[in-house]
Design a protein around this ligand. Structure first.
Ligand code: FES
Length: 157
């Protein structure tokens, strides 16, 4: 269930758009609701977003399933979004993703046993010159190697 606080935050974003265009705030609304729900969305929550923004639920689902930043199953406290697009792939992203899976004993799309991390393969994040790269939270990590990854993982709490 969406909290009153989250609804207030969504309504703030609604004010950024012309009257009657509240559906334009759908991406912010989904982000707010997802953050409130430990990083993932459910069908019920998407329906609530649709109701709150007075828009068809299929339109909310279209947005929520198109963009990589919305999750539809439980995720770890930290999500490692690993780019596996062409530039990163040519620079070794597949090997590094396998390294991560082995080290964390987790498959892509799953959550580590301690709930700390989940790994997600994503398309180009626009930092091709820094490949192989990943995003954790708001931060990009570029020119990755196994030892750089070890360092990054050691600092996740
Ligand atoms: S291909 Fe990886 S960031 Fe563009």
């Amino acid at each position: 269930m969406i909290s009153d606080q989250a609804k207030k935050e969504i309504d703030f974003w609604v004010t950024k758009y012309p009257e009657g265009r509240q559906s334009s705030a759908v991406m912010q609304a989904l982000t707010i609701v997802q953050n409130e729900n430990n990083g993932s969305l459910t069908g019920e929550l998407m329906q609530e977003v649709a109701d709150h923004l007075q828009m068809p639920s299929i339109s909310v689902q279209e947005v929520a399933t198109f963009y990589e930043n919305y999750n539809h199953k439980p995720v770890g406290k930290h999500i490692i979004r690993f780019c596996h697009n062409i530039s990163c792939m040519l620079n070794g992203s597949d090997e590094l993703i396998s390294y991560l899976e082995e080290k964390l004993e987790v498959k892509t799309g799953e959550v580590s046993k301690d709930g700390l991390v989940s790994v997600k393969k994503v398309e180009c994040l626009g930092a091709c010159v820094g490949g192989p790269m990943c995003q954790i939270g708001d931060q990009y990590h570029e020119h990755l190697t196994p030892s750089k990854l070890d360092n990054i993982l050691d600092n996740l709490k």
